[in-house]
Design a protein around this ligand. Structure first.
Ligand SMILES: Nc1ncnc2c1ncn2[C@@H]1O[C@H](COP(=O)(O)OP(=O)(O)OP(=O)(O)O)[C@@H](O)[C@H]1O
Ligand SMILES: [Mg+2]
Length: 352
């Protein structure tokens, strides 16, 4: 689903502005899949993006410039994504209408589903599926506050915001392209970043339930800092597997485990809520992306807790790259952090 200016026939650079880094991906369609043309990841300092809002647009813009320069990217049309409180996602049931009438109906009804003034949001929608009886259709309604879009636009100096997506849907796009699920397969997709975890439970290509939770990699780093009296850098390095004098593996594992338990509980609550509201579909698989999916012990804990297969979501499962241009080691190292970004880059090839 391409939102807010989608169905573009132009090629788009996927640009994911996260709280810990900016990522960009440019793809090309090939005979049997996709190929990576450029990829970059530039870290951001902690106060640059806070609670999903770009505080320091110039720093973000400079990070984007560095990626463009480093990868010699020429394309100025970007697709980016948002999440959190400024995004409202609702499923509504509408009569089976023709395209024009449906548009009018969605806009006429939207106000009753959206807790913001309709004048302050950008709206988009997609038809999901007709009801079993065939007399109504389920429509996914998405509203994003214009403030939020303007905020993102402010960091794109000299570039065109050709499409605004939602993190959870970009993640889903990456999953669909790379895993080609059967229509009856239900999976939970997680994107566990530095400050936010996006959860999207999907059946085949249909989003059933989405939720953003304010937990992520920063919580692990914070806990290591506090419990073991470390600097931010030392805590980050320790978390990513570097040994640190005076800190035992057991000490580290205990702190990481206590934070993983908090994440697992949030996922559990989401699954419980999903089961209570969405009825039939049983979740059969968990795919985890985002940098914090690499936290030692987290995926094993999910496996143990939910008794189902848990895998890291590989955004390059069906996306090839030239090993002479991008080292295998580098791509594998950053892969989970690129899941949303690849989904955005893939929007270039959405069918109109
Ligand atoms: N190997 C690793 N092990 C554990 N944690 C890691 C590893 N690599 C990265 N991280 C953590 O992942 C987080 C960054 O992931 P990601 O790039 O997906 O986040 P982001 O998109 O910047 O943040 P957000 O989407 O939450 O705003 C950081 O908290 C970082 O410490
Ligand atoms: Mg992110």
């Amino acid at each position: 689903m391409g939102l807010f200016g989608g169905k573009k026939q132009v090629n788009l650079v996927g640009l994911d502005i996260g709280s810990s880094s900016v990522k960009a991906v440019e793809l090309k369609k090939t005979k049997d899949g996709f190929e990576l043309l450029s990829v970059g990841l530039e870290p951001l300092s902690p106060e640059t993006v806070v609670d999903g809002a770009i505080i320091d647009a110039l720093s973000v813009s400079a990070a984007i410039d560095r990626i463009y320069a480093g990868q010699k990217v020429k394309n100025k049309n970007v697709a980016t994504s948002v999440s959190g409180h400024s995004v409202i996602i609702k499923k509504i049931n509408l009569p089976m209408l023709e395209e024009d009438e449906l548009y009018d109906q969605v806009y006429a009804d939207a106000g009753q589903y959206i807790p913001f003034d309709i004048a302050d949001v950008s709206l988009d929608y997609q038809v999901l599926e007709p009801s079993p009886a065939g007399d109504t259709q389920e429509v996914l309604l998405v509203a994003v506050k214009r403030d939020k879009i303007n905020n993102y636009q402010s960091a794109l100096i000299g570039r065109t915001l050709a499409m605004v997506d939602v993190d959870a849907f970009a993640l889903q796009n990456t999953y669909e392209t790379n895993y080609q699920p059967n229509p009856d397969e239900t999976a939970a997709l997680l994107n566990i970043g530095a400050s936010v975890m996006n959860i999207n439970i999907v059946r085949g290509g249909v989003p059933l339930f989405t939720r953003d939770v304010s937990v992520g990699g920063n919580q692990y780093t914070d806990a290591l800092q506090k419990e073991l009296e470390l600097t931010f850098e030392d805590a980050e390095n320790l978390k990513r597997g570097q040994a640190l004098a005076g800190i035992s593996d057991e000490q580290k594992a205990a702190v990481l485990r206590s934070v993983s338990e908090i994440l697992v509980l949030e996922i559990q609550k989401t699954f419980d809520f999903f089961r209570a509201t969405a009825g039939a579909a049983a979740i059969g698989h968990i795919y985890a992306a985002g940098g914090a999916a690499r936290t030692p012990g987290l995926l094993d804990m999910l496996k143990e807790e939910f008794q189902m297969p848990v895998d890291e979501l590989d955004p390059f499962r069906r996306v090839t790259y030239n090993p002479a241009k991008f080292s295998d080691e580098y791509v594998k190292e950053i892969a989970p952090r690129l899941a949303v970004c690849v989904g955005l880059g893939l929007r270039s090839f959405d069918e109109a």
